[in-house]
Design a protein around this ligand. Structure first.
Ligand SMILES: O=C(CO)COP(=O)(O)O
Length: 265
């Protein structure tokens, strides 16, 4: 299975010129190192404001980089009277292939819960937009030994989605779903769980997914939280870790592509 290395740019960079410099560096880097990167899917998720600019560059320079948005409307799959929202249909029309949903920062600052995420997932599926569902426990839950309980609850979004979806969605479920395990306490902190801990958690996630539907046995499960070029090799060594969701280290083309090389095995 090809690995996935996804850069979540969050609310960065601050200017369109800095976005352009980053995407240009990425495209040049991917082109120059295409052999070293061939067994790795590379994806970036710029802010909504910069999606169009990045899409334009990726299309015209034809780099092998997928495009994701960091969020999608829960209110409608199409256009409508929803001030401030961006729909799955609009994103798909722009050439965006994936939506990140359920990131812990959105759960924390926008109170996104399982009901909201089920709507976001359903709208994405209706428009053929792939979904990267982020899950992860807080530090308090980690300390209390509640990790698997928290993850099991967050994964019910998938079970609920499957219950309401039709047989026609089988292809979507098999090819357009990615899970990203991001322990909240590891995001932006420099603290990382051990590879063994992540491996165990990923096994648990995979078992849960398979209990929902056998086709989910092959769903990629990524790790996220303080991934850097210095630790990427360690995570890449685990068969259970199918790639990474990178924040801070994705904001420089060199460090992001060094991580991608570690996963291109
Ligand atoms: O939240 C993350 C990616 O979605 C991880 O962020 P950092 O890599 O900056 O810890």
């Amino acid at each position: 299975m090809k690995s996935w290395v996804v850069g979540n740019w969050k609310l960065n960079p601050a200017s369109a010129s800095a976005v352009q410099a980053l995407v240009d560096d990425l495209v040049d880097g991917v082109d120059a190192q295409s052999n070293a990167l061939q067994s790795c899917h590379i994806m970036v998720a710029p802010s909504l404001l910069h999606l169009s600019q990045v899409e334009n560059t990726l299309r015209t320079k034809s780099a092998a980089i997928d495009l994701a948005c960091q969020d999608v409307s829960a209110l409608s799959a199409q256009s409508g009277a929803y001030t401030g929202d961006v729909s799955a249909e609009q994103l798909q029309d722009l050439g965006v292939q994936w939506a990140i949903i359920g990131h812990s920062e959105r759960r924390q600052y926008y109170n996104e819960d399982n009901d909201t995420l089920l709507k976001k997932m359903s709208h994405s599926a209706a428009q053929g937009l792939g979904v990267i569902l982020c899950i992860g426990e807080s530090e308090a839950d980690f300390e209390a030994g509640n990790t698997t309980q928290v993850l099991a609850d967050q994964l019910t979004v998938i079970a609920d989605f499957l219950k309401q979806s039709e047989a026609a969605d089988a292809d979507y479920i098999a090819n357009k779903l990615i899970i990203a395990y991001e322990p909240v306490w590891a995001i932006g902190t420099g603290k990382v769980p051990s590879v063994e801990e992540v491996t165990e958690v990923h096994k648990f996630i995979r078992e849960r997914l398979q209990s929902f539907d056998a086709t989910l046995a092959k769903t990629p499960v990524l790790y996220g939280g303080s991934v850097k070029p210095e630790n990427a090799q360690d995570f890449a060594a685990s068969e259970q870790i199918n790639g990474v969701l990178v924040g801070g280290a994705a904001l420089k083309a060199d460090s992001f592509l060094d991580i991608a090389k570690a996963f291109s095995k």
